[in-house]
Design a protein around this ligand. Sequence first.
Ligand code: NG6
Ligand code: CA
Length: 508
Amino acid sequence: SNVLKHFLLAVLSVTFIQCKSEKKNTVIEAEKVVTKPNVVVIYLDDLGYGDLSCYGATAFQTPNIDKLANGGVRFTNGYATSATCTPSRYAILTGVYPWRNKDAKILPGTAPLLISTTQETLPKLFKSKGYETAVVGKWHLGLGSGHVDWNSHISPSPNEVGFDYSYIMAATQDRVPTVYIENGNVVGLDPNDPIEVNYNKNFEGEPTAISNPELLTMNWHHGHNNSIVNGIPRIGYMKGGEAAKWTDVDMADHFLEKAQTYVKNHKDQPFFLYYALQQPHVPRTPHPRFEGESGLGPRGDVILEADWVIGEFIETLKEEGLLKNTLIVFSSDNGPVLNDGYEDEAVEKIGNHDPKGGLRGGKYSLFEAGTHVPFITYWEGSIKPQVSDALVCQVDLMASLATLIDGEIKPSDSENLLEAFLGESQIGRKSLILEANTKTAYREGDWIMIPPYQGDAINTQVNIELGIDEDYQLYNLKVDSAQLHNLAESNPDQLKIMVEHFNEKRGN
Ligand code: NG6
Ligand code: CA
């Protein structure tokens, strides 16, 4: 691979240059490659395969993300490991399939840290090669070791699993505590107004969506009827911490500012930044300047907001002269959902827009739309623009980025697909295990096999087909990406191979 060869050459020559140079990150213009490229992972929440104009959306335009897609590798077979947030985030940060950890399910805001402090992680990998590391945005991987006191230093937190700097929300925008946490400390907390959080019962006298519906500015549809913050009913009960509560409509700007500041403060040293945006997860609260912009209601508006934020962030990289020295990876933690628990017109105003991009299912589903997501890599001057059909998964970033920075990791579920990620090859994985609500499915080549499961075929609250059936399902995605033709009965030979390989890999 050319990029790799140049990279290794550059490592040698720049090690020499570094001795004379003030700056650690010397860019070799002629080679367009540097010793230690910065790596930024931009991770969206619940963004579907069809939610961007570069992936075929026509109802609105996402010009800034399109710029990454059109100037980098746009993957058509890119996957999150899971159809929900926590397990996908576990996998992208550890390189381990989430179904190996029985606790890797959607976590409440009070859950303990899911990643062990002794586990290998992406940020630890980068630290081992001298990088500065940071997370800004949604965490949702638990905090503390059982009983978090939100009023004192919270540990373990992202800072104990490899991030030198963290500025996060604990879980999701719809879960308490609705506060920002910086390096383990709640931001803006008034010690005279301590925070208490409980997911089982309310604090006496505190209003909820049930007791005080007149306080709501957004209505709940299912779940989401506990404590009210900024007129929005949440999951879980919270008391106190008034001064520390976030403003929902400012969240995108707030995280952007943190990400930009981080880049500006670390431009002279190699850094790894995991920038996890909250859009378009519920509650969808676009800043007023994006309200009504998409014509699709708040869900479309916050996608435009996310696109704008990303444009601003990339502008900062450019202004700081870092674009040629930064690999950007863009993806989403799981597929799309319209009504995820609030009455926010997502269903009513969808029109002809198809967030699933022609795939079946959605968030929570073992069908394709659960895990098959937008996936883009961009590195100005180093990646040749192209569309790639290579099968790649977020779990592969660990081994691939280890190769990029010449780091060492133990063998795991993560595959080294660096050449695919850099557009040097269109060869990806041969197979992949996908997960939804702890149930797994198996992809190999163009085929996907979903084993028989008991359970509801449809989650009626969100109106999504879950991919669950009492019979085997087998689809050929090459000719049937919408998964309309179950070939399990008509192609028993292929089914047999798939089941055998699945059992081997899944350890059944
Ligand atoms: C579900 C919530 C949903 C969302 C999801 C997590 C209810 C009824 N639904 O339990 O609104 O918060 O959890 O989404 O409470 S994720 O993208 O973080 O996985
Ligand atoms: Ca999500």
